[in-house]
Each structure stands twice: as structure tokens, then as C-alpha cells.
Design a binder for this molecule. Structure first.
Ligand SMILES: [Zn+2]
Length: 334
């Protein structure tokens, strides 16, 4: 069996429900989802979810951005296995945020046997739009125009996803929103962290456009247990997106410990980066759906135990990212 076909059989394995777990019901039609909800609309949607879920979705700010916007946490479920999703650390990488809203709808609204079972097994906390100031300006950084950041851009702000270093205390963190996430992580102690970003457009080695890329922590000091779990999460997320019509590669990321993928791996969590490709507008709904599927699959695979049975080395068989399509963006690294 070729490496590629070995990889393609995974969705079928993952779709098989584990013993005693109710089957997820058929998901509803593909309604249009706002790919870039405003800050006000995001708050409105989150509070609607809180209200209509009758408490199954809890919503609270983990703090405020430099400009005073709330950074929201939305939490669903009350199970012992804890999962943290992060979206939109980079303000101009929006699609993880609407995917998170869809995940919260599908898991939090309703009381089917499957939903009740899932919520009894896992607690999923999502920092929805970690960087609201960057979203407001449609740029990568937070808003700190007076700063001279080691990672970031003078006149703009810090690159939040370079300030998760475990050796950097939240109170000393110059990137406000990264400090909020560090504190939130320490309070929640998640088993798994998945961080949703967007990259430019790329092809695989066969010339087909990639819809996304994934990677586990590559810092050499991440404990083997955490690397194993990270690779298992990587495989589940990639398989779910491939099953939804995606074409996923590995992400060629570095070892720096300030990147969330490495930092939360160093702290012992299964830690994964998901990069959705910035495809043209007519593909955005599909891209949002793929990210939602990845979120649902990691939650389901954690809840029913199937994720821990995945061969971690299957992650190594995810193909590499190929050439960029058109002009490569300058700053699309994680
Ligand atoms: Zn990013």
C-alpha cells in the first residue's frame, strides 16, 4: 500500500463509532456562514449560543485586548478530557472563527443522545478570535503601535503567536493577548490544544491545490508522550478535512518555543497547528466546513478513545507542502 493510500483509509476508520458511543446524527444542510463576523456580531452570536443552549455553551471573556475588546472563551461540555481550540491569533486569518461558531452550534445546541454523550466525555474550550484588534485592522499583529517588538512590526504590534514561550510568565508577556491565552491554558490544563491559522495557496507535489496544512510540535525538548498525542491529533484533523473534500499536507514549521504549537507541546499537551489555505471566496464556505469537521473529529475521537489508538507515525506519511500558487505571501508563517 502506498503511503498516500494508507493515509486515505483513515477517514473510514475514524467514521466507525466506538462501542457504547451513540452515532452522531446526520448534520444539517450547508447553510451560509459569515466568514468574517464583526466584533459586535461575534459577541452577539456567542451570547445567542449561550442562551439557546440553555447553559450547555458557556461564554466569558478571558480578558481584554490592548484596545479593550473582550477576548472570548466559549466552553461546551463537562467531561474529564479537556480540549482547547484557538482561533485567529493572526487578525487577517479569519476562517477558524466561524468554524468555531459552527462547532459550538453542532455540539451545544440540542440534546440528542450523541450530543449529551459527547458533552459528558469532553470539555471543549475555544478562545474565539484571540486577536480582535488585529481582526479590526485586517492585519496579522495585535495593536501596539508604540512597541518595538522582537516579533511583530513597529507601528503595528506584536505577533501574538511568538509569545507563548513557557519560560515567559504571563505577567511579563509584552503581547497582551498571548498572556491571556497563557493564563487561560494554565487554568484549564487541556490535554489537547489545536491552533487554527491560515496560510497562502500551495500545491501538492502532484500539482493539486492544497486546502490546508497541519503540524505537531517540532521543538526537540517536547516529551515523547506529548509528541505521540500531537501526531494522533494531527492525523485525525487531517483525515477529517480530507474526508470533507480537502487536500491536506504537512506544514513546514520551525522549532521556536514561542509558537503555540511548540509551547503547549513543551507544557505536555498534544498540540497541533492547523493552517487553512487562503483560497478564493467561492471556496470559503467549504474551508470553514472543513475546519469545523476537524474540530468535531478531534472532540469525537477524544471522547470515544479512537484517537489514542491511531498510529502516530501516520502523521509522518501526510505529504509535504509543495510550491506556492502565484506570488507567495510574505508573512504567512503560522
Ligand atoms: Zn497565522
Amino acid at each position: 500500500m502506498s503511503a498516500l493510500s494508507a493515509f486515505l483509509v483513515l477517514p473510514a476508520l475514524l467514521a466507525a463509532p466506538a462501542q457504547a458511543a451513540p452515532a452522531p446524527e446526520q448534520q444539517g444542510g450547508h447553510r451560509w456562514v459569515d466568514p468574517r463576523p464583526s466584533t459586535a456580531k461575534l459577541a452577539f452570536e456567542l451570547h445567542k449560543l449561550r442562551l439557546f443552549s440553555r447553559g450547555a455553551v458557556q461564554v466569558s471573556p478571558i480578558g481584554r485586548s490592548n484596545e479593550g475588546r473582550p477576548v472570548w472563551s466559549a466552553r461546551v461540555g463537562h467531561g474529564p478530557l479537556r480540549i482547547l481550540y484557538l482561533t485567529q491569533q493572526h487578525g487577517n486569518e479569519p476562517l477558524g472563527t466561524p468554524a468555531a461558531l459552527e462547532f459550538l452550534r453542532e455540539t451545544g445546541l440540542g440534546n440528542s443522545p450523541y450530543q449529551r454523550w459527547l458533552r459528558s466525555r469532553v470539555t471543549v474550550d475555544i478562545v474565539v478570535r484571540a486577536n480582535p484588534d488585529g481582526h479590526e485592522r485586517n492585519w496579522r499583529y495585535n495593536y501596539a503601535p508604540e512597541a518595538d517588538p522582537e516579533f511583530g512590526e513597529p507601528g503595528k504590534g506584536y505577533d501574538i503567536n511568538r509569545y507563548h514561550n513557557p519560560e515567559l510568565a504571563p505577567e511579563d508577556n509584552p503581547a497582551t493577548e498571548a498572556g491571556l491565552i497563557q493564563r487561560h491554558y494554565a487554568g484549564f490544563q487541556p490535554d489537547i490544544v489545536v491552533d487554527y491559522h491560515m496560510q497562502g495557496r500551495y500545491r501538492d507535489d502532484a500539482g493539486r491545490e492544497l486546502t490546508g496544512s497541519v503540524k505537531w510540535p517540532t521543538h526537540p525538548e517536547v516529551a515523547e508522550r506529548a509528541v505521540t498525542l500531537s501526531k494522533q491529533v494531527t492525523v485525525v484533523a487531517a483525515a477529517a478535512m480530507n474526508a470533507a473534500g480537502g487536500n491536506i499536507s504537512q506544514y513546514p514549521g520551525g522549532n521556536y518555543q514561542g509558537i503555540a504549537r511548540n509551547a503547549y507541546g513543551l507544557r505536555g499537551s498534544g498540540s497541533v497547528l492547523v493552517e487553512l489555505s487562503a483560497m478564493p471566496a467561492e471556496h470559503e464556505q467549504a474551508q470553514i466546513r472543513r475546519a469545523t469537521h476537524a474540530m468535531l473529529a478531534v472532540a469525537r475521537g477524544t471522547a470515544n478513545g479512537s484517537l489514542r489508538k491511531i498510529d502516530p507515525e501516520a502523521a509522518e506519511r501526510i505529504p509535504p507542502r509543495g510550491e506556492p500558487i502565484g506570488a507567495a505571501r510574505t508573512a504567512d508563517s503560522a
